[in-house]
Design a protein around this ligand. Structure first.
Ligand code: FEO
Length: 401
């Protein structure tokens, strides 16, 4: 069912209430998602993006209720990933000659996915498409937000920025606008989206936001490709992205560990007590990497000024969940965070040394050599962890952004 966005612009996407895993099984989506497609009916009729492939047939059933397919004059594909281009193949079977506007990398990506030689019109930043009634679409390349092919499309007159993945959230809602949805869930999904999907491209995001400002386009609305759209406080929405893209941190510490028989867990909790004793203002998040949702852990680390990562020594290495966490952190490339390692051991105790080296390798500023606990730490050994927590809190300093 179409939802009016503004004037002659309507949302014609799909709300996916069921979705709980995205990008295969890589990303958790606790609150579902949406695949936002937009129909603009001016003198020319333009479709911006489609929906994920499993909903292609449904999309193709619904779209003709809004517009006779033969009346579509142009298709804009802001990003070729299949959650947005998934209905394109079925659509183009009905309108094979209609121009498809995308970036040059978009052409490569769409051809790579669908192996079709559609009527591609590659566009660059500043290129425009006149759609009549005094309005035009302005294209803005946005490479690595978050794929090389990504672009934004700006609609003059209505002053809408169609931003694709940027500014989105995995959040199923039929309310369309951010000011109509639960603000706590919105905020949670918004920062999770940035931390887990966009953070690796922070440098490009920062540059793109500056470029967008220099283009001086009045933006009254940001229409995303996932979740809610923004029509209020646009400056704050953009400012939030600028902050997240610049070594973001809050007054928060994440302690993440895995444990075989509870020793490393006991150390984690003792270290947390020590941090609390030294600083009663800092937020402390403690996660078992075997039990917590991976993407929630990454979001907490993204929000933190420091990470304490723990594993017992196991076969001279770290536990698999901890190794996977480090690989994830390598990819997400968070900036400006301090860290240290901890863990218990029985005989030679390689894990904590290995963790210390790996934390440095994936970009953390390691503040000390961390702490080891022999066998099952109790009594004085846990007291030492409390003292370590106090010392760690002093090293990372009080306060935060
Ligand atoms: Fe929502 Fe990059 O696709």
């Amino acid at each position: 069912m179409a939802i009016k966005v503004k004037n002659n612009v309507h949302w014609i996407g799909k709300v996916d209430w069921e979705l709980r895993r995205f990008h295969g099984d890589e990303l958790s989506t606790h609150h579902g998602s949406t695949y936002n497609s937009y129909l603009i009916k001016e003198e020319k009729t333009v479709l911006i993006d489609t929906v994920w492939a499993p909903f292609s047939q449904e999309f193709m059933r619904e779209l003709p209720k809004e517009i006779a397919l033969k009346k579509i004059d142009a298709v804009i594909i802001n990003h070729a990933e299949v959650d947005h281009s998934g209905a394109l193949y079925d659509l183009m079977r009905h309108i094979p000659g209609v121009p498809v506007y995308c970036t040059p990398n978009g052409v490569k990506s769409l051809q790579g996915h669908y192996h079709q030689d559609w009527n591609f019109h590659p566009v660059r930043t500043g290129d425009t498409l006149d759609i009549g009634n005094g309005k035009k679409l302005v294209f803005v390349e946005a490479a690595m937000l978050h794929w090389p092919d990504t672009m934004f499309t700006y609609l003059t007159g209505d002053n809408i920025l169609f931003s694709n993945d940027a500014f989105g959230q995995h959040l199923a809602t039929d309310r369309l606008f951010a000011d109509l949805v639960d603000p706590a869930i919105l905020q949670e999904e918004e920062i999770k989206y940035f931390a887990n999907i966009l953070a690796p491209w922070s440098r490009q995001i920062d540059a793109k936001l500056k470029e967008l400002m220099q283009l001086n386009l009045p933006i009254e609305m940001i229409c995303t490709s996932h979740g809610a759209c923004w029509r209020k406080d646009i400056d704050q929405v953009i400012a939030k992205y600028a902050a997240w893209a610049n070594a973001y941190q809050e007054n928060r510490v994440t302690i993440a560990y895995d444990s075989m028989w509870g020793g490393t867990r006991a150390m984690a909790e003792a270290i947390a007590r020590g941090i609390r004793l030294a600083d009663n203002t800092v937020e402390i998040a403690v996660h078992s990497l075997a039990k917590s949702d991976k993407n929630d852990v990454m979001t907490d680390i993204f929000r933190s000024k420091a990470l304490l990562l723990g594993s017992p020594s196991h076969n001279k290495c770290v536990l698999a969940s901890v190794g996977a966490t480090l690989e994830e952190l390598r990819g997400l490339a968070f900036k400006g965070k301090k860290a240290a390692a901890f863990g218990c051991y029985g005989w030679s105790g390689e894990a904590q040394v290995r963790l210390t080296a790996l934390l440095k390798e994936v970009g953390f500023e390691v503040v000390d050599e961390g702490i080891k606990g022999l066998w099952a730490p109790d009594g004085s050994a846990l007291d030492a962890c409390v003292e370590y927590g106090k010392a760690f809190a002093k090293k990372i300093g009080k306060g935060g952004a």
